[in-house]
Ligand binder design. Structure first.
Ligand code: TRP
Ligand code: SF4
Length: 420
């Protein structure tokens, strides 16, 4: 398998991906989450980084945010709907939502005109609002956000070519703009922590697993542009200054048990309290004090005709803007986990884990666990054949698309904060 932000190939083994990328399995935090989303419960979200920061902030009623972005290079489809649903769920669970339309990325990496990225971007915005995003969200086009562009420039001072080559496989033919959009994406992710947006806070970024290289770079940059660094020691934290030793004088004033050394200060006590106090000092002296962002990773959406769903293959996906009829037709043509003949299927049963239609049911179309379990059992035991099953899915898709598009029509953008 090959998984990068620009390419996903081969059969994806998600446990291997967790291991290779150094993510954590989502099952580990699931029991801590109140009313988890179906994508969480049903295993679509399989991995995370530092999601415990979000769980804690939720439980304590402290401020936190959710942020993700969409590259407007084609129409929004059911793969994007996953991220949209995740943003909406987190907003409802108490996070401030930030939604980026990655027009700089679409323009520089995919060569779309600014007019086109704007036109497509609005479809994404209306779609996520139709899916339930409320007015408290900050929605923006990358190219129109001074916060994001200024921060991207600042972050780019900390990145050199060898690092980008190691993370993304860039080479001497890679354009400067394509390199720069990696800093823009890092800025997307970190800007909710700027003082204009309330300062440092846990931020979760729901994304597809291919975006993890961006997360690794961003988490690293968060530490590199901030003044103080933290290193766990026995019963406390070791604090260093990345911007010269003078800054450590500010830490000496902290009311904790501590040991002062030439190059660092060891502070003893509750680790979270120490972190909080040090970040507060950093903000007061004008530093970023970024908390490394958390992330969740969802599975790739299987294309209707097998392989990964891709915006460059219209027959591989159902767009949220396809006519209800077209959507239903695509479902009828989808690959299933059915057997070669009806006789065989009655005898052996179907294979829902290999079925695109079942994936649609599970991640998008069926809310009630009981109902989903029934379909799964009927399929596995050969009681239901694919023709009938697909008809049912087609009907659900038809209704979903009709309703979704009506909601999109009714969206009143003037009620929302849209930077762009
Ligand atoms: N690069 C992402 C994609 O291709 C889009 C994106 C831009 C994004 N900025 C982001 C995703 C910030 C998460 C967070 O889909
Ligand atoms: Fe998929 Fe339904 Fe066929 Fe089972 S019966 S393989 S769930 S289409």
């Amino acid at each position: 398998m090959n998984v990068t932000p620009w390419e996903v190939e081969g059969v994806i083994d998600y446990s291997k991906l967790i291991e290779e990328f150094g993510m954590q399995p989502f099952s580990e935090v699931l029991p801590e989450i109140e009313n988890p989303h179906i994508l969480m419960r049903r295993g679509a979200i399989f991995g995370h980084r530092d999601y415990w920061r979000i769980v804690k902030a939720m439980k304590r009623g402290e401020p936190w945010a959710v942020m993700s972005g969409f590259m407007p290079s084609g129409l929004p489809h059911f793969g994007h709907k996953m991220t949209m649903d995740e943003i909406v769920w987190h907003q409802r669970s108490g996070g401030t939502a930030f939604v980026a339309i990655a027009d700089m990325e679409a323009h520089s990496v995919r060569g779309l005109s600014w007019e086109k990225t704007r036109e497509l971007g609005l479809f994404y915005i209306k779609s996520i609002i139709a899916l339930g995003l409320n007015e408290d969200a900050v929605i923006y086009f990358q190219s129109k956000s001074p916060h994001v562009k200024d921060l991207a420039f600042e972050l780019s001072a900390e990145v050199n070519f060898s690092e980008l080559r190691a993370i993304y496989g860039f080479n001497s033919d890679t354009s400067l703009a394509k390199m720069f959009v990696t800093a823009v994406q890092a800025a997307d992710i970190l800007h909710p922590q700027l003082s204009d947006f309330g300062g440092p806070k846990p931020v979760v970024v729901p994304v597809g697993a291919d975006q993890d290289p961006h997360m690794r770079l961003t988490r690293d940059l968060a530490a590199r542009v901030s003044i103080f660094s933290f290193e766990p020691i026995e019963k406390g934290l070791r604090i260093r200054s990345r911007k010269g030793g003078d800054y450590l004088d500010n830490i000496k004033k902290l009311d904790f048990e501590k040991k002062v050394y030439e190059e660092h200060i060891d502070i003893f006590g509750d680790v979270e309290e120490i972190e909080r106090a040090v970040r507060e000092i950093e903000v007061n002296i004008g530093g970023f004090a970024f908390i490394p962002p958390s992330s969740t990773y969802h599975r790739f959406t299987t294309g209707l005709t097998g392989g990964k769903m891709s915006s460059s293959k219209p027959e591989s996906y159902i767009s949220l803007l396809d006519s209800p009829e077209e959507g239903a037709k695509k479902v009828m043509r989808a690959f299933t986990g059915g057997r070669a003949t009806a006789e065989e299927q009655r005898r052996l049963g179907g294979e829902p884990e290999k079925c695109v239609v079942f994936e649609l049911y599970s991640y998008h179309l069926i809310e009630k666990d009981e109902e989903l379990r029934q379909i799964e059992a009927d399929c596995r035991e050969g009681r239901m054949l694919c023709g009938k099953c697909k008809k049912m899915a087609a009907e659900l898709i038809r209704n979903f698309l009709k309703e979704h598009q009506e909601k999109m029509e009714a969206v009143d953008l003037s009620k929302y904060t849209i930077i762009g």
